[in-house]
Design a binder for this molecule. Sequence first.
Ligand code: URA
Length: 267
Amino acid sequence: MFAQLLSATIEHLEELKTKGVRRVTVNPDNLQSLMQESTPQSSGIEHKPQMSPFTGKPQQKTDGREAAIEHLKTEIGQCAKCPHLAASRKNIVFGIGDIYSPLMFVGEAPGNDEDRAGEPFVGRAGTLLTKIIETMGLSRDKVFIGNILKCRPDTPGVEFGNRKPTADEMKQCLPFLLRQIEIIKPRVIVTLGATAMEGLFQRKVAITKERGHFLEFNGTPVMPTFHPAYVLRNNSIQTKRMVWEDMLMVMERLKLPISQKQRSFFT
Ligand code: URA
């Protein structure tokens, strides 16, 4: 509020100056109250540290990982390890959210919508993922969302539609995700769908069997669950409940508060 007031005042004074005004009269009371506003005790919300929904305490963002992330972003921006994808992509989809978050979601690859937006999970599946995150009491900017592949798998000759990334494409791109994990150091990773699991663990996965149980990836707990696109296609309450039970386990692991209402969704 104070900053807004100050910039409006400066703007007004600049305008007067361009009109040749060299002196202004200020009411001493107004000046006094402006000075009080600028003292640290009353500087308003701008300096309030953000509270972490994970700890309930002010969020610590002090270990300087931004530089490592920026460096990685630049490196990925120049990547042409899959020449066909480098040629067809509109944008690289690096990932989005809080690089200090203890929770990371990993999907398979950007689709058409994500390729256009340069942001993961913005299409229909993305809307559902956002809803799941919000039902957990969080928001997209309090978690990190990424993919195994940073480029959209191309569909030569077809403008729309998506395809599954190949095993080789995932192998080429995986080192970037590993570096993201190394920098962000999430306390829990949620993989979305069988392909994301296959890309991360480099093996075949039967998602129906593996979902709902924590695994470990280089010491980080991983919860495999269904891909939101599958939930949309399947659209049964049982599938929704299964995904929700997986998220309840994640919330318990992260010691997030869980209400009775949250526990009973989709029952
Ligand atoms: N599906 C994914 O796996 N990732 C996205 O970013 C969007 C849809």
